[in-house]
Design a protein around this ligand. Structure first.
Ligand SMILES: Cc1cc2nc3c(=O)[nH]c(=O)nc-3n(C[C@H](O)[C@H](O)[C@H](O)COP(=O)(O)OP(=O)(O)OC[C@H]3O[C@@H](n4cnc5c(N)ncnc54)[C@H](O)[C@@H]3O)c2cc1C
Length: 232
C-alpha cells in the first residue's frame, strides 16, 4: 500500500503568473522519504468528491522543505483546492510514487529535458546531484511558452555560471518581444544538444506528447533506449 503523509504548508509563492510553489514540512517525526524525480498524489475532497491529482516533488531529498509547484487551471479541482491553502494548512499526500529516478548507483553524464511543470522533478534531480558534489556533465534543455512561464530560471542561470560542466538552454514556443534565445519546441532542439554520446543518460519530464516525440528524436540520434528515463 502507498504510504500516506501529512504535510504542513509553511509558505507559498508565485513563481510565474500561472505557477505557484508550495513549501511544506512533515507533520510529526517521520519525514517524507523520496528519490529525486518521484511524485505524490494530494488527497482532498472537493464538493463531496474525492480528488487525488499528482504533483512531482521539486525539492531535493536533502532540502529542509518539501516543495511542489502547480499550474493554475481556472476552475479545475486541484487549482481550487491549492489556491485556497494558507500557511499552516495541512495536506494529506500519498507517496512517494513513480519510476522516474536517477540511474544508480553511480549517476552518469546526463541530458535533462523538461517542458512546463515537468521542470519540477528535473530540478529535484539536478539539486540532488549538485549537493552530492563531484564532476558530472549535465545539460538541461527547458521548454516553456514565454519568458514569464519559466520557473527556477535564475537558479539554473547561476548554476551554469558556477559550474562549467552544467549547460543550460531555454527554448520558448511563443516568446515575448526581446527574446534572443532559441524558439520552438524542445523536441526540435534536442537532437542538436544531444548529438549521440555513449555513456549519457536522458531524463524527460513534461507533456506526454513531448516525451513521446523526444524518445524518437533521441533514439534516432543514437541514444540507447535503455538510457532514456521518463514517467509514463
Ligand atoms: C506523474 C505526474 C506528475 C505531475 N506533476 C505535476 C506538477 O508537478 N505540477 C503540475 O502543475 N501538474 C503536474 N501534473 C499534472 C497534474 O497532475 C494534472 O494537471 C492534474 O490533473 C491537475 O488537476 P486539476 O484538478 O487541476 O485538473 P484536471 O485533472 O484537468 O481536472 C480534474 C477534473 O475536473 C474537471 N475540470 C477540469 N477543469 C475544470 C474546470 N475549469 N471547471 C470545472 N471542472 C473542471 C475535469 O473534467 C476532471 O473531471 C503531474 C501529472 C503526473 C501524471
Amino acid at each position: 500500500m502507498t504510504p500516506s503523509h501529512e504535510l504542513e504548508l509553511v509558505r507559498y509563492r508565485d513563481l510565474s503568473p500561472r505557477i505557484r510553489s508550495f513549501e511544506c514540512r512533515s507533520v510529526g517525526r517521520a519525514r517524507l522519504e523520496f528519490e529525486p524525480g518521484q511524485y505524490v498524489s494530494i488527497e482532498f475532497t472537493l464538493d463531496g468528491a474525492p480528488c487525488s491529482p499528482c504533483y512531482s516533488l521539486a525539492s531535493s531529498p536533502g532540502d529542509d522543505m518539501v516543495e511542489i509547484v502547480a499550474r493554475y487551471n481556472e476552475g479545475a479541482p486541484a487549482t481550487r483546492y491549492l489556491w485556497g491553502l494558507r500557511a499552516g494548512h495541512r495536506l494529506r499526500v500519498a507517496g512517494p510514487l513513480g519510476a522516474l529516478r536517477l540511474r544508480g548507483p553511480e549517476p552518469r553524464a546526463s541530458l535533462f529535458v523538461a517542458n512546463g511543470t515537468g521542470i519540477a522533478p528535473i530540478r529535484s534531480m539536478i539539486r540532488w546531484l549538485v549537493a552530492r558534489g563531484g564532476a558530472l556533465a549535465m545539460t538541461l534543455l527547458y521548454g516553456a511558452r514565454d519568458q514569464t512561464d519559466l520557473i527556477y530560471d535564475a537558479e539554473f542561470v547561476e548554476l551554469a555560471r558556477q559550474k562549467r560542466d552544467f549547460v543550460y538552454k531555454v527554448v520558448l514556443t511563443r516568446p515575448l518581444s526581446g527574446w534572443t534565445g532559441a524558439q520552438g519546441r524542445v523536441q526540435e532542439h534536442a537532437a542538436r544538444v544531444a548529438s549521440a554520446r555513449s555513456g549519457v543518460d536522458a531524463y524527460l519530464a513534461g507533456s506526454p506528447a513531448m516525451v513521446e516525440d523526444l524518445r524518437r528524436v533521441l533514439e534516432a540520434a543514437g541514444f540507447d533506449p535503455g538510457s532514456i528515463y521518463f514517467e509514463k
